[in-house]
Design a protein around this ligand. Sequence first.
Ligand code: SF4
Ligand code: SF4
Length: 292
Amino acid sequence: MIITVASGKGGTGKTTIAVNLGLALARAGQPQVHVVDCDVEEPNAALFLNPVLEESEEVGQLIPEVDLEKCTFCGVCAEVCQYSAIAVVAQRVLVFPELCHGCGSCTLNCPEDAITEKLDVMGVLERGRAGSITFAQGRMDVGEAMPTPIIRQLKKWAIPEDHSDRVVILDAPPGTSCPVVESMRGADYVLMVTEPTPFGLHDLRLAVQVARDELGSQVGVVINRDGVGDEEVDAYCEAENVPVLMRVPWDRRIAEAYSEGIPLIDALPEYQQAFLSLYQEVARRVGQEVAR
Ligand code: SF4
Ligand code: SF4
């Protein structure tokens, strides 16, 4: 089962929920728990899991490289490119890596076989273990602008094709843009973490729209810092038939543990059971056998 933990905005406690869900399951004896940090611009799940990273791999996009000895400057590559990422100007072929989507169309259509593909490195994928948890993360290089291809490749690298006997928890980037959509794509369940404030509600609406209405995912909500705001998030969830599966009340001890990199269930062990109940509810809704 793949569970994506997402939020319409940053700072809602998304990573806290993802990490502690994984830890609670692993400590309860659930075999094959994976935590994958898809927030490649600012990965921080490792701060709480302290994984031993065992493998890494450069990640990027295949972009065209033209052999000018073979090229006849016919312009076919520029014609077939949907993204204006390659242009033929006089006796030159210009490639714009920041526009290229790595689709390979230019390479396939070049009549002279003049194009090969080279990897434009955009970041790194890392994998290791945090106790019995299999951990993976992506890190985008400074100055890169496109996290989505890195997330796509991270998911491919980190999630086994047959994951039916595993629990894979993806910590999505915040927001509702393409990288978030990529993190939600293919998930069995999306857990939206929000806080009960007008900003939280505004971003929750957008995030639910993307996950449920555009991707067709099952969605449930975790209300973090419950009690700090108003009842509007609850009213919205009820009206939209989005279940609230967990509430984490505002508690200074949680904020202090977070600032020290201490997982919530270590600081407040009573949350172990709360996270197991959250998982059981998700599993019930997905229709799978509950592990414990
Ligand atoms: S399609 Fe091939 S031969 Fe034609 S301009 Fe592009 S690289 Fe050159
Ligand atoms: S790989 Fe695709 S997007 Fe990139 S230049 Fe070629 S046709 Fe355009």
